[in-house]
Design a binder for this molecule. Structure first.
Ligand SMILES: [Zn+2]
Length: 416
């Protein structure tokens, strides 16, 4: 395995690999990991994401905690020719908990365990919370999930089944996050939230998405499309691509497309108005009564890793796209029927973006596009309640076989 050092991205201080530091002990700045890219290999004899162990912040392969994450399929899109580009899906739904978050949480929990923490804590009822609970259980660590008032039971039950203690805070999401920060700072709790300043290790695991895309694609695609919630996945993919560029594995960077919900489009607003700092993003005047959206997982007015994501998109010559709920409902069904993939609404934004950008001529007909589908739809079915009309044919046993065949769409088969 390779070697790595940790440096402060703000003051440049070198930070020791142990004990655990969430941020720079000197100035409180964010941490960056540096690897020996001259000797790093992408094919270590380990499963899934761990084949990239040279580019992960582990001190010993014995630290690995695994449920079989990574090595997800890259599937040529059947919809590609119709859309007018060479499109492939990077389908993350085959990860152990059904989403890309497993890449980051596997590394976060492996390190928390290696640092000697007996438990982990997160405030999330989404993919990150589920993944954190699963890996903590796998490592034999305690786990607590903080949820804010009214968290849907459908989201909480799976975490409880993974052994996580569920704590409902009688307050808003902001109250919950504030309490979590206090637990972290006063009680030394190991937080696994998936933004860099909450846990820098998870962010390194998420880079493996970039390594797999490039190796499976046989080089850099022209474009990579990534749904954006907090912006962490996109930032990590960008750092992974820079590793590969420096290693000479690729000779150019793919252009990155970040996709946000239309009403929660901080990065799109930043692009339009030339904003680039955290203070800029925080100052965007979103109304307090934003409409609810199907894209719960992406609906952040302040993306925690938004600054890194924004710069990654800009530096790559990429673009920010947005998707409305209506566009997503159509795209989700199209990916399902057209590709055989039941994805969560927050993944279907990728198709919306590809269509808009090919229609606008931004993506050319000969260009290759890898669109990331971040998670399976199985855990998100409840968000479709009341939003999705399903056609159901109704028959009774007395209607006869002919009517049944017609209802099943079998007329032509029978006639033949
Ligand atoms: Zn510092």
């Amino acid at each position: 395995m390779g070697s790595y050092t940790i440096v402060c991205a703000d003051c440049g201080a070198t930070v020791p690999n142990a004990p655990y530091h969430r941020v720079c002990p000197v100035c409180g700045g964010g941490l960056a990991f540096r690897y020996d890219l001259t000797s790093a290999r992408l094919d270590r004899d380990l499963p899934g994401i761990w084949r990239f162990i040279d580019l992960l912040p582990l001190d010993d392969p014995a630290e690995i905690v695994t449920l079989g994450e990574g090595n997800t399929p890259l599937l040529p899109a059947r919809l590609g020719p119709e859309l007018g580009c060479r499109l492939a899906w990077k389908y993350e739904g085959t990860n152990p908990t059904g989403a890309q978050k497993d890449r980051g949480l596997a590394v976060a929990i492996a390190k928390g365990h290696a640092f000697g923490y007996g438990g982990a804590i997160i405030a999330s009822t989404g993919s990150a919370g589920l993944s954190s609970a699963a890996y903590a259980a796998r490592a034999g660590m305690r786990h607590a999930t903080l949820v804010s008032r009214g968290a849907p039971l459908e989201r909480v039950i799976p975490m409880a089944m993974l052994g996580s203690r569920i704590v409902e805070v009688d307050g808003t999401i902001e109250d919950t996050l504030e309490l979590l920060a206090a637990l972290r700072d006063r009680y030394g709790a190991y937080e696994t939230s998936t933004y860099r300043r909450a846990n820098p290790y998870q962010s390194e695991g998420a880079k493996t998405l970039a390594y797999e895309i490039v190796l499976q694609h046989g080089g850099a695609p022209d474009w990579i499309v990534i749904p954006v919630g907090g912006g962490g996945t996109l930032g990590s993919v960008s750092r992974g691509l820079h590793d590969l560029l420096e290693m000479g594995v690729i000779d150019r960077l793919p252009r990155l497309i970040g996709v946000q919900p239309a009403d929660y489009d901080a990065l799109a607003i930043a692009e339009e108005n030339g904003l680039s700092t955290e203070a800029d993003l925080l100052s965007i005047p979103f109304p307090n009564d934003l409409p609810p959206t199907l894209l719960v997982k992406l609906a952040h007015t302040f993306p925690h890793d938004g600054v890194e994501a924004l710069h990654a998109i800009r530096d790559s010559g990429g673009v920010v796209a947005t998707a409305t709920d209506e566009e997503v409902l159509a795209a989700q069904a199209e990916i399902g029927a057209g590709e055989g993939l039941y994805v969560e609404p927050s993944s279907a934004v990728s198709l919306v973006a590809v269509r808009k950008l090919t229609e606008a001529g931004r993506i050319g007909p000969e260009e290759s596009v890898v669109a990331v589908l971040t998670g399976s739809g199985h855990r998100e079915t409840h968000v479709l309640a009341g939003r999705r009309q399903i056609e159901i044919e109704r028959v009774s046993p007395a209607d006869g076989l002919e009517r049944l065949a017609e209802a099943c769409g079998l007329e032509t088969e029978v006639a033949r």
